[in-house]
Design a protein around this ligand. Sequence first.
Ligand code: ADP
Ligand code: ASP
Ligand code: MG
Length: 412
Amino acid sequence: MPVLVMKFGGTSVATLDRIRRAAKRVGVEVAKGYDVIVIVSAMSGETNKLVGYVEETSPLFDAREYDAVVSSGENVTAGLMALTLQEMDVPARSWQGWQVPLQTTSSHSAARIVDIPTDNINRKFGEGMKVAVVAGFQGISAEGRITTLGRGGSDTTAVAFAAAFEAERCDIYTDVDGVYTTDPRICEKARKLDKIAFEEMLELASLGAKVLQTRSVELAMRYNVKLRVLSSFEEQSDEAGTLVCDEEEIMELNVVSGVAHSRDEAKMTLVSVADRPGIAAAIFTPLSEAGINVDMIVQNISDEGRTDMTFSCPTNQVARAEKTLQDCKEAGSINFAELKADTEVCKISVVGIGMRSQPGVAAKMFKVLSDEGINIKVITTSEIKISVLIDRKYMELAVQALHDAFELEKAA
Ligand code: ADP
Ligand code: ASP
Ligand code: MG
């Protein structure tokens, strides 16, 4: 039988009613003759609640216990989805990550998938089971501990299953009907794209467009998974949603395809550090070992052998980053006059493959922001994206102004 992977995100399984609606969609595919692997997220809000419990109990928590707690939301929905399907006379059963077993690295809270053995589930398909419901977001490490794949990780579970089972398609059902030129919740002119190239989707995802987790796009690209994003709230045809595909499959590439934002960024500055060989390694190695996701990095020009070093990281990692750097200072491996944290910033990015061959996009972006009176604090660029850090209060304004300036309402 051909295999189909269907993933339902948090809002799509937020209530028993919505689980029933999702199960009906699964039933439609079963009726077409597919063996279906359903990946479920936790009910909407549930993972945030669990993360809150952990942070309140232990601010600098042990990541292994964090995973034990936050992975649990998916267990509930996997069981409920299997029960709902059984009530509809569709033969189904649930699997938690460790039962598959979905093996991962031991980087707790940000684990990577190592292997998905297919024999267990395939044997059940052979015995007449039609739907395997798998709890997304979770796996098991070589040490036998429960791991999670990072926020939004059920998308990655879904794509990894699609690759492992050579599924015909991986359909990501969510609360919007596809990938848009920007987050439709903050720009009403946002336009749905019929197709988006893997590379653009990869940038948009890593720059904050949370509609797909970055790793899921990477995996889809590597294993050539046919990946589609569509709404669980509307009736769907086979052409619905957005197809994430190779750039060769897209006729006309846009110079700019999308604007992404990442709300919870912090800008940290080490004031007056010694400007000597090895200083960047002395700062960023311990941060990386502490699991801090450092993003943009700027080193200022040096003055009398001292310099300022600025970097950005997620706001919820500021306390850990501060502790790590203060510990380094006490141990004597780095020295700085002051450590400043600006936790009221956000990152705005424009992304487009067409930028490779069209100069002037950065200049235009800076002009648009300056016309709105928005100050740019940090800039980084790559071949197909430009990102800036700005004050968070200007986030919506910046996204809308850039969407207008690059005429994304006309994008297809
Ligand atoms: P799920 O719970 O189904 O995994 P998410 O909340 O993780 O859903 O992702 C869907 C959300 O992503 C949408 O509700 C939307 O607000 C947001 N989003 C951000 N950028 C985009 C974009 N470019 N296109 C579509 N949705 C986007
Ligand atoms: N429930 C997890 C989260 O909220 C994983 C997911 O939904 O993809 O991050
Ligand atoms: Mg998600």
